[in-house]
Design a protein around this ligand. Sequence first.
Ligand SMILES: *[C@@H]1O[C@H](CO)[C@@H](O)[C@H](O)[C@H]1NC(C)=O
Ligand SMILES: *[C@@H]1O[C@H](CO)[C@@H](O)[C@H](O)[C@H]1NC(C)=O
Ligand SMILES: *[C@@H]1O[C@H](CO)[C@@H](O)[C@H](O)[C@H]1NC(C)=O
Ligand SMILES: *[C@@H]1O[C@H](CO)[C@@H](O)[C@H](O)[C@H]1NC(C)=O
Ligand SMILES: *[C@@H]1O[C@H](CO)[C@@H](O)[C@H](O)[C@H]1NC(C)=O
Length: 934
Amino acid sequence: MEGSTHGPASFMTQANALLRKNITFQKRNLKTNLGLVAFPFFLCLLIFLIQTLINNELDKASNKCGCACVDRNGDGTCEEVCGIEYSSLDQVGTCPIPHPPEWPALLQVPRPEYRAVRTDDSFASADLPNESCRRTGSCPATIMFTGGNQSLGESLTANFFSGGFSPNTSDVLNAFANIPLGSDTYTELTNFIEPALLSSHPMYNVQPECTPNSTFYVPITIGSTTFRQGARFCNNLIVSSFSHFLTAYDFINTNEKNFNVSIWYNSTYQNATANSALGLLRVPRSLNMLSNAYLQFFRGSAVKVLLEFVKEMPKPGTKVTLDFSSILGALFFTWVVLQLFPVILTSLVYEKQRNLRIMMKMHGLGDGPYWMISYAYFLVLSLVYMTCFVVFGSLIGLKFFTLNSYSIQIVFYFIYINLQIALAFLLATMFSNVKTATVVGQICVFSSGLLGAFLLQPFVQDTSFPRGWTVVMELFPGFSLYRGLYEFAQYSRIGSSMGYDGMKWKDLSDKTNGMREVLIIMFVEWLLVLPVAYYFDQVVSSGSGVRKSPLFFLQKFQKKHMQSFQRRLSFQRQGSKVFVQMEKPDVSQEREKVEQLLLESNTSHAVICDNLKKVYPGRDGNPEKLAVRGLSLALPRGECFGMLGPNGAGKTSFISMMTGLTMPTSGTAYVQGLDIRTNMDKIYTNMGVCPQHDLLWEVLTGREHLLFYGRLKNLKGAALTQSRLLQAVKDSLKSVNLFNGGVGDKQAGKYSGGMKRRLSVAISLIGDPKVVYMDEPSTGLDPASRNNLWTVLKRAKKGRAIILTTHSMEEAEFLCDRLGIFVDGGFQCIGNPNELKGRYGGSYVFTMTTDANQEEEVGKLVRRFSPNANRIYHISGTQKFELPKQEVRIADVFQAVEKAKSMLTIYAWGLADTTLEDVFIKVARTAQSFNTLS
Ligand SMILES: *[C@@H]1O[C@H](CO)[C@@H](O)[C@H](O)[C@H]1NC(C)=O
Ligand SMILES: *[C@@H]1O[C@H](CO)[C@@H](O)[C@H](O)[C@H]1NC(C)=O
Ligand SMILES: *[C@@H]1O[C@H](CO)[C@@H](O)[C@H](O)[C@H]1NC(C)=O
Ligand SMILES: *[C@@H]1O[C@H](CO)[C@@H](O)[C@H](O)[C@H]1NC(C)=O
Ligand SMILES: *[C@@H]1O[C@H](CO)[C@@H](O)[C@H](O)[C@H]1NC(C)=O
């Protein structure tokens, strides 16, 4: 354990130590880790099962194209044939349609209530009918035309309608090609069935003038059902030269040589709702009418281009399926990916809450290696997790993964997990409690998913919503994740229903694809969040050591900031004398010694505390508490200084300041010449701490703890190999009696309190620190281990300063070269144990037990050899006297007792020097009564 001389551990050594510790830690947490990795697996599996279930349900006969057994050759054997003709209306959707039906091309006619009337502001024309026609539903539809040549326009529009019409039921299509047939029904996405035929709205035979009504039926056969759709040819339509609505033609500069026309129509009739794709439009008919009119005008009425029918493209048979992963994917997978966030967050906060972070820092772990290794570690964890996620999903065959380009997925997830880790670091600075952090983390997970699905997604789908605002919303990292997954889901959903691939790199330039923005946003955020998180970690965070000033990074520029402490100290001298008047001579002597030492630049003293003060601000109406009031102390190397004091005297506050857990309110201390306010990082490399409460990782063994801290302390030397380190660890374990019976290989969480204590002591001593603080090191130890520990400490004293707080006087007396009794935040006395006993316990204690009725005589006897004796205790014959040392000779006492034995029945007697305990009680009592008085 004595160790070789070694400097502070290099960056790589520290990183290596932390990495090894983390790996061991993870090995112990194998179950949790497996659970974590299994989470995406189970979720993917769940989605897969649900999807299989739904698809099985959808695959039922009622959802499939109808089939029948048809005897084609008439030989009694039938073969199965599927198609529209064997299907019910529910089934036709999935049937193959190799020969789609042919429909007459209809003209889109506005509904009666939307037709132009005279009140329409901009077209106040006498040509238009009165508004009253809307009530009766008899408004004529109107066609508008404009252009450079009115007479030409009138002639052309008159040619639209060919007048005569005789319905020929045996050749419907040809008959309808000659007359413009109109409908005011909305159109649909496909035209396998013309919606006009199924609706209750009338079909119109569009004529320039009204003729009497005529009605006839067009028989339509779909599968086994025959519709007899009435085509009521209402002809109350007029063509006006001056209006709009049915269609508007702008003839512009049309003449014999030049056919240049714009057609305007009302596209509302394509029946587009927010979510569905646009429907078809009945435009071909108006185009055909126009071309015919133009041809007939210049070439004579015999010339015609007939538009016989319109029909859909043929289509293959389809299957009703639901790509569940694409529909719910965005929400579920947001949860899966975000699930890592609370894991990282709590793991960071755990080390802070249990003060392990500061403990590591106290043993020399710099912030750089801590950040680097923690970051790399979480990155690897996230990578493994995400890889499992994508691989499981792909293996199961979810379209979400298989259709989209893997390279985009990798880039997206990689950027996101980096951002997520940076965010966890940032958020971790704001928590010091694991439970709060877990709750907040989980809330983030679930709210991000739900808000994404119910707030962001509708905005994204609403094409009229300004894109800029969705980008602003995506600045929230949960939303950018959701958006990215949503885009994957969209592309895979459309891809799987259309039978082609999902998102590819070239799709990033699609106008509606938000992936590119999301990638940029996340990358930029990652670059921003990381330094901010580091900054907050240094400035705000509790639990990572002394907070730095908000402008700490500027200190590098303030040169020679902490070089010579003496110079600055000369200014600080003034205020300190005020206290001295009230102090005991030994305490003020120590103060003077400190001042003397500070003026010399003598660093032979390991620890110099200069008027150190700690004031806790008042809270909830309580006055502020002076925990440490102006403590001055100088400790040379090789000295063990014991701090005694009643509970709550401020010992732990003092240790906290010295170890950098809290900042002194005023005053400072120098450890090896380094100021604790500014140079704590360097001090840590030469410091050992055994805190009052054991700061250990529950799942690591004692040996692993020592290995970790040993590595942090650079305990391997240049030429020494690992075995030397192991030797040091072995020695440490042995020295605190943890070596036997494999105790060192047991997880610290299973240790008894005493074993934990011993491990803490071993940790504080590993790596040969120059200054060691021990806060009640032997609490909870059995007497044998305690003696053992003391021997270790006594040996460890060589070459280093130890500050020890304890409640055991025995311990103090055995270990400490000097003692200070610390009451109410200040030293009452300082000195070595014998000095103190001499000064405060200037008396012997004489005890004698006799019969109860002989008490008087004993009193007299004692007065004889000590006139100023003071009876401090008596009960049924047993009495205790305090004898001033200067008037008593021990020989006299013995003689007197020998003589008295003949007269009195003495059962027992004794003479004792004062113990340290007596001194302690006396000092503490006087100090406290003094303080209550003042
Ligand atoms: C209008 O068109 C007719 C037919 O083409 C033509 O005869 C007449 O000259 C044109 N009028 C003008 C003003 O161009
Ligand atoms: C109806 O159409 C059929 C087939 O084109 C034709 O043979 C028949 O003459 C037509 N009937 C009338 C009344 O035009
Ligand atoms: C057709 O009309 C437009 C104006 O609407 C004009 O810009 C264009 O040059 C015309 N085309 C021809 C071939 O005249
Ligand atoms: C288009 O049709 C809708 C009814 O579907 C009607 O509300 C709207 O006013 C029409 N627009 C024009 C310019 O005629
Ligand atoms: C659009 O079409 C569907 C059925 O095809 C119909 O139920 C709906 O009412 C139509 N929308 C409008 C605005 O008429």
